[in-house]
Design a protein around this ligand. Structure first.
Ligand code: B12
Ligand code: SF4
Length: 554
């Protein structure tokens, strides 16, 4: 049997490479505490998607919207004396020099990043750098991606499993797969290692207070990953994380990336929000916050008030569908039997902008759904309306049902807004694709989009004391967007209408109005891509469908 070198010997200069060695375990005689490993954390490139904001970021000279919080958190869990570098390929090219420098590449990815992740893996293989992978793409159910090429897989949350991997690594016997049955207590999660990124390249920063959601929607993979019982960080942790971002020099917008921020309302109201309010007052409001919530936020006046007081200005809500039967079908509990339009308007009128997620393709959707979605979106004043085609991610209840019904199709791009799906919809693929095109080409078109900004601003009542800060960046973005939206683009007439209307009727909201206008440019570009690619794909889909049908025949 070959002797495996201890992790101390895992330097690139060593002639014995780990990949030549069997995975058997020989206890290392030297402790990792005495030596350091070089770790390169890599976040692959994602394509243009709804949330990438790639086209809008150009106005403000930013490379990406958000930093990879999962990797920054994992980095903070590694031994402090190890050398660490992070390459977010959305902001910085990945060089072979970095790959050769590293003893291990720690890779994180969503399904939508799979092509870029594959390239990174191939480059590591070529250069002989070992890979440790985690995050949504590297989860049970995505085996077809080719997990065998990856040296070590850490499924789900790293808090429980990474220590096992590190312990085995120290002993010289790291396994291929690490998985834990238990969900970790996140009160032990460390503050992300912010020093690894260049904050100037990002538009926003993120922070996490809780994981999990009490609801159980049929299509949702978040509850598969993070469970139904919201797990929360402590008040001191939240304050320490805010302080860390502040000391890192960040000022501006911060996204609480929780699955459902209001999953545990009691703790939020009694401990967390009062602590954030206190901290924000002391620090003179350096941040504004946004997060994801369920629509039942509208039922709790006190909670809305505290959130606004704490500096929240935007919430993303999964509206999904204005069609009651579709909500019943997917078990969207908080939305059922509710006047959703009234709920949205109430939240807006209390000082929170509402962004919304919408889905088409439910079995219960009538053909009129496309028109009713457009009507709802326009009337609600939800400017940032993410409309997606229903998808069945592996592990979800929807996936299991469709499997039983033999309606699953191979593949799945991981982008819910590219007009594709991985199952055979009841209404037929072509009807769904055409209907989807109809929605996205309508709601992001200048006329409808700018009209929606007005509808929103009419009912939006921001916190009275709060002022929008006009930074130099805002100013530059405004000039650039004026050139593109007000001179070059075809819908410029509507842009100028909005411009003048906001100045006259809602002057305090002018920066917000112009920011939303710039984001619309990105949404139109993404929608154009959907139109072109999906129309082309419609034929391919038909062939895929025929193939799937054939495979299902006994
Ligand atoms: C914040 C967020 C975003 C942000 C920022 C993304 C970014 N740069 O990180 C934005 C808004 C940009 C975004 C965009 C998208 N997102 Co998103 N997003 C999230 C969200 C809400 C939180 C992610 C997060 O920061 N979590 C906090 C950190 C601490 O947790 P974590 O990343 O899961 O990391 C932990 C473990 O996974 C693990 N881990 C992670 N990586 C690694 C690596 C190693 C080596 C190890 C050991 C462990 C490990 O350890 C960590 C600590 O426990 C998740 C939902 C969720 N609950 O995860 C969706 C989610 C990741 N997004 C999703 C999707 C689909 C998208 C979009 C495609 C949507 C769209 N159509 O535009 C785009 C694609 C990306 C893009 N930019 O274009 C899906 C991914 C599904 C999948 N299976 O791939 C998720 C799961 C939501 C969902 N179910 O729909 N997203
Ligand atoms: S409310 Fe949102 S996060 Fe919660 S289960 Fe439903 S889709 Fe998932």
């Amino acid at each position: 049997m070959l002797l495996q070198p201890s992790i101390v010997g895992l330097s690139k200069s060593h002639t014995v490479r780990w990949q030549n060695l069997p995975r058997s375990c020989i206890i290392s005689q030297t402790s990792q505490k005495e030596h350091k490993l070089k770790i390169l954390l890599v976040y692959p490139e994602y394509p243009e998607t709804f949330w990438s904001f790639k086209h809008a970021l150009k106005f403000i000279f930013k490379r990406a919207a958000f930093p990879p919080l999962g990797l920054l958190t994992v980095a903070a869990m590694l031994p402090a004396h190890w050398e660490k570098k992070l390459v977010d390929m959305n902001t910085t090219p990945l060089s072979d020099i970095d790959l050769q420098w590293a003893d291990y590449v720690f890779l994180s990815a969503m399904v939508v990043q799979q092509n870029s992740a594959r390239e990174v893996i191939a480059r590591c293989k070529k250069l002989g750098t070992r890979i440790v992978a985690g995050g949504p793409l590297f989860s049970p159910g995505y085996e077809e991606f080719g997990f065998d090429d990856i040296d070590h897989l850490i499924f789900y949350e790293a808090e429980n499993t990474l220590p096992d991997f590190l312990r085995d690594l120290e002993r010289g016997c790291p396994k291929h797969i690490y998985v834990s049955e238990q969900r970790p207590d996140i009160t032990r999660t460390p503050v992300p290692l912010w020093s690894l990124i260049d904050k100037r390249k990002y538009q926003l920063m993120s922070i996490q207070y809780s994981r999990g959601c009490p609801f159980n929607c049929e299509f949702c993979d978040i509850v598969v990953m993070n469970g139904h019982v919201p797990r929360t960080k402590s008040r001191d942790q939240v304050v320490a994380e805010l302080e860390a971002l502040y000391n890192f020099g960040w000022r501006g917008s911060v996204f609480f990336v929780d699955d459902n921020f209001i999953g545990n309302k009691k703790k939020l109201k009694s401990e967390i929000l009062p602590a954030i309010i206190h901290w924000m007052q002391q620090r003179k409001y350096p941040f504004s916050f946004f997060t994801e919530v369920s629509i039942n936020l509208a039922d709790d006046d006190e909670l809305i008030r505290l959130m606004v007081e704490a500096g929240f200005d935007t919430v993303f809500v999964g509206i999904e569908s204005p069609h009651e039967k579709s909500l019943v079908e997917c078990n969207k509990l908080p939305n059922k039997k509710r006047d959703m339009l009234a709920s949205v308007k109430k939240i807006q009128s209390r000082g929170l902008q509402v962004q919304g997620g919408f889905i088409v393709g439910f079995d219960s959707d009538p053909v009129s759904i496309f028109k009713s979605q457009i009507d709802f979106i326009q009337r609600s004043g939800i400017v940032t309306a993410m409309v997606g085609v229903l998808m069945a991610p592996p592990g979800t209840k929807l996936y299991q049902r469709l499997k039983r019904e033999k309606r699953l199709l191979p593949g799945g791009s991981g982008d819910n807004t590219d007009g594709s799906t991985n199952f055979i919809p009841k209404m037929g693929l072509e009807t769904l694709v055409k209907g989807y095109h109809y929605i996205v080409s309508t709601i992001y078109a200048p006329k409808h989009y700018y009209e929606r900004i007005k509808t929103f601003l009419k009912q939006y009542k921001p916190k009275p004391k709060k002022r929008f800060r006009i930074s130099f960046l805002h100013f530059v973005a405004w000039i650039r967007s004026m050139w593109v939206l007000g001179i070059k683009e075809r819908g410029r007439k509507y842009y100028w209408e909005l411009f003048l209307w906001t100045l006259c009727k809602k002057p305090k909201c002018f920066p917000l109005s112009m920011t939303l206008a710039a984001q619309g440019f990105h949404f139109r570009k993404v929608a154009e891509k959907v139109r072109v690619s999906s129309l082309k794909d419609a034929r391919v889909w038909q062939e895929t469908k025929n193939l799937a049908m054939k495979q299902q025949q006994p």
